[in-house]
Design a protein around this ligand. Sequence first.
Ligand code: AP5
Ligand code: MG
Length: 239
Amino acid sequence: MASLTISAERGRVAETDFAPGPILLLGAPGVGKGTQAKELVKLWGIPQISTGDLLRANVAQGTPLGKAAKEIMARGELVPDSLVEEMAEQRLHEPDTEKGYILDGFPRTLGQAAWLDGKLAAESLPVVAVSIHVDYNQLLRRITGRQNCPVCQTIYNVFVNPPRREGLCDVEGAGLVQRADDTEEVFKERMRAYEALTAPVVEHYRSLGRFAEVDGDRPIAEIAASIVATVERLREGSS
Ligand code: AP5
Ligand code: MG
C-alpha cells in the first residue's frame, strides 16, 4: 500500500494513490471531530460527512426533516435513527465518496452502527474508527467558546483558536455565528446523550479492531498527524 505523510506545508498529500476508505471520527460534543475532519479533507481530498452539519442545513432550509429535528437538536437530544439513516443513505450514494469519506458524528447509537455495518459489509475496505478524547472541562470551554463562519464553515474558538479580527472569519470576512446548542445547559444534555447512547458505539468499534483512541488535548496539526498515522497503520493489510 502506498504510504501517505503530512508534509511540513499543511494541506499537501505526499502520495495520492492512497484510498483512505470509510473513516469514523468518534468522540464527545466539542472534542474536535469537525476540526479534524476538515484537516483530513485537505490532506486526502475525500468528503467530510457530518450528520450535525447536514441536519443544521435541513433546519436552515425548513425541510420536513429540518422541522422534525429542530426542537430535538435545541434540547441536545438525538434525532431518531430512521431520520438520520435516511439522510446518511442519500449522502453516502453521492459520487465523491468513492475513495472514502470521513463520517463525523455518525453513527451515534448502536442502532445506527448496526445499520452502517450492514451497508459497509459489501465495501472493499473495512471501516477504521478513531475516537478523540478530551476531558469534560476542556469540552465545556470548547463548546461555549466556539464560533463558526456561516459561509465557509471554518471553526474558531474565542479562547484557544480565535480569528485574527474579532468576530470575523479569516477566510471570508463574514460575521461569525454561535450554534444555538452551544450553551452550558444544552451541552450537559448532549453529554448525557453521549454517555448513554454513543459511548457504547465507541466500545462496539473498539471490539471490532481497526480502532484507535487519540489524545485531543494537543495542537490541531499534531492531532491530525496522529490520526493520519493511525489510519495508515490500521489500514495495513486491509487493502
Ligand atoms: P453535532 O453537530 O455532531 O455536534 P456534536 O457531536 O455535539 O459535536 P460538535 O460539532 O459540537 O463538536 P466537534 O467534535 O465537531 O468539535 P469542533 O471541531 O467543532 O450534532 C449536533 C446535534 O445534531 C446533536 O446534538 C443531535 O441532536 C443531532 N445529531 C447529529 N448527528 C446525529 C446522529 N448521528 N444521530 C442523532 N442525532 C444526531 O471543535 C469544538 C471547539 O473546539 C471549536 O471551537 C474548535 O475551534 C475547538 N478546538 C478543536 N480542536 C481543538 C484543539 N486541538 N485545541 C483547542 N481547541 C480546539
Ligand atoms: Mg462538529
